[in-house]
Write a protein that binds this ligand. Structure first.
Ligand code: MSP
Length: 498
């Protein structure tokens, strides 16, 4: 792979960022860092941003008594700040209210208006839409999806809409999309999600309305040939993945498209795996290579919600643990793709176990011994063992971390077993040490053990780079120095747990 382009969903700005948005963004960050170490900084592009149009945002602005633009400016800034605090390394932050984005979306719409489907039909056609619309989801929903007449996700009765809309002839694209998914040209991971999409295609997916009447949505991009209509937010939003690269003529578009990985949560799978590929095909643009879908997590068994008051603000975690540790704690909770639960009381326990007693302790012990017994000088052939690389290439973050932590555990028990401090003494209480190897042999064995430990630490630090770039550098600086010294402050100070 000579370039790597990774994206997160662009987040709605109806509310400030929470730990769910942070999760996807952290995954993208780790992967971007990883590929930068493999193919070079310039060959990686990591995109995130905010999705700022539509009825949901306009409603939120109205509630706050400010204009939608002012409102989205404020919340978008909160996302930028949160990512800055978490030390997220995105190369660009796209906003759907950016002039450049809006201009390119208009061009995209104009191209779609002229385009034909594989069957020779117009891609866009005018039709009458009658249906139920949930503003929370920003989508039309069917009666069968309702629970007690309400949208189950938003617990609200959807609006009844009947209006003239522009429709996208999605049905004509489904056979080619199916083929590309089946052949692996478009990878959908995990396998279960791929089956889900293929199942949807088999059932048949109705054409999708890609505009809304100005009467129902006033905050959005005008349909260029029909000023009574605004562009459907999902068409506007999905386009971000190419507008940010300055499609069609931009250097970044030429260099980085197609996306290598679109990351997202399971709830937006349909838009990404059906509408987005269809839009791209209609535009004559190559499809992304893969989409990685993760599950949602709950907090203490409950869905995160303002009313329950269980929304975790990533900034609070950063205040408590710092950026790198926060990212580690969020990522190491569960396997990618799984739906799982986060227990905030587990964070300090995990911190002490993995970082204080595990990694921090190992760094301390090894550097202390090299300093004490070898005068800080040890001859190590620093070979890269690529710990956890295979796992990371498959997006198995937790497994990559487990591989690293297995080495940490192995080394800590090696020290407990071999007791290098005994080897370092050739005499115990003035007597030759019982079962001792003799001075030279002891020294040789001690050197070997410390060499192995130092080499492992080197590799642990290298493979931690995508996860904790600063801590990784700190460790590498210590052990590759001419003279190794135990750090004066512990790498990870112990937390008192009440
Ligand atoms: N604006 C759309 C996406 C458009 S992309 C072209 C949107 N925004 S969102 O603000 O609702 O963000 C959804 C994404 O945030 C999810 O797909 C997921 O990546 C992340 N998460 C939000 N809550 C989450 C959890 N509780 N758990 C895990 N991820 C979560 O949808």
């Amino acid at each position: 792979m000579e370039k790597f382009y990774i994206t997160t969903p662009i987040y709605y700005v109806n509310d400030k960022p929470h730990i769910g948005h942070a999760y996807t963004t952290i995954i993208a960050d780790v992967l971007a860092h990883f590929w930068r170490t493999q193919i070079g900084e310039d060959n990686v592009f990591f995109l995130t941003g905010t999705d700022e149009h539509g009825a949901k945002i306009a409603e939120a602005a109205e509630k706050n008594n400010i204009s939608p633009q002012k409102f989205t400016d404020n919340i978008s800034t909160l996302f930028k700040e949160a990512w800055h605090n978490l030390e997220i390394s995105n190369d660009y932050f796209v906003r759907t209210t950016d002039e450049n984005h809006k201009k390119i979306v208009v061009d995209i719409l104009k191209t779609l208006k002229q385009a034909k489907t594989p069957q020779g039909n117009d891609v866009l056609y005018e039709g009458e839409y009658e249906g139920l619309y949930c503003i929370g989801c920003e989508k039309f929903i069917t009666a069968s999806e309702l629970v007690d007449d309400k949208c189950p996700d938003h617990n609200k009765v959807p609006e009844k809409l009947s209006e003239k809309n522009w429709f996208f002839k999605l049905s004509d694209f489904l056979p080619s999309i199916k083929e590309k998914i089946e052949s692996g040209e478009l990878i959908i991971y995990p396998e279960g999600r791929k089956k889900e999409v293929l199942g949807l295609i088999k059932q048949g997916v109705p054409d999708i309305s890609i505009s809304r009447s100005n009467k129902s949505v006033s905050w959005g991009i005008d349909i260029p040939w029909d000023k009574d209509q605004k562009t459907y937010v999902w068409v506007d939003a999905l386009s971000n993945y190419i507008t940010a690269l300055e499609y069609p003529a931009g250097e970044n578009f030429k260099k980085f498209w197609p996306a290598d990985v679109h990351l997202m949560g399971l709830e937006i799978l349909k838009f990404h795996t059906l509408l987005w590929p269809a839009m791209l095909m209609a535009l004559g643009v190559e499809l992304p290579k893969s989409m990685y879908i993760h599950g949602f997590f709950t907090i203490d068994g409950k869905k995160m919600s303002k009313t329950l008051g269980n929304v975790i603000d990533p900034n609070e975690l950063v205040n408590q643990y710092g950026a790198e540790v926060s990212k580690y704690l969020i990522l190491s909770q569960f396997a990618f793709g799984a739906e799982s639960d986060i227990k905030i009381e587990d964070f300090p326990i995990k911190y002490n176990a993995d970082l204080v007693n595990g990694l921090g302790n190992l760094v301390n012990r090894v550097t202390n011994m090299v300093e004490q017994y070898m005068d800080g000088k040890i001859d190590v052939d620093f070979k890269d063992m690529n710990l956890g690389h295979e796992e990371l290439k498959q997006l198995h973050f937790r497994e990559a971390l487990l591989t690293i932590w297995q080495v940490i555990a192995k080394d800590n028990s090696l020290i407990d077993q071999e007791k290098p401090w005994v080897l370092a003494k050739d005499k115990v209480n003035g007597e030759a040490r019982e079962g001792g190897l003799g001075h030279e042999a002891n020294k040789e064995k001690l050197t070997k053990i410390l060499q192995e430990l130092t080499l492992d630490l080197y590799n642990i630090a290298l493979s931690l780079k995508p996860f904790m770039p600063k801590k990784s550098k700190e460790i590498l600086d210590i052990i590759t120095a001419k003279q190794i010294k135990k750090p004066s402050e512990p790498l990870f100070p112990r937390l008192q747990i009440k």
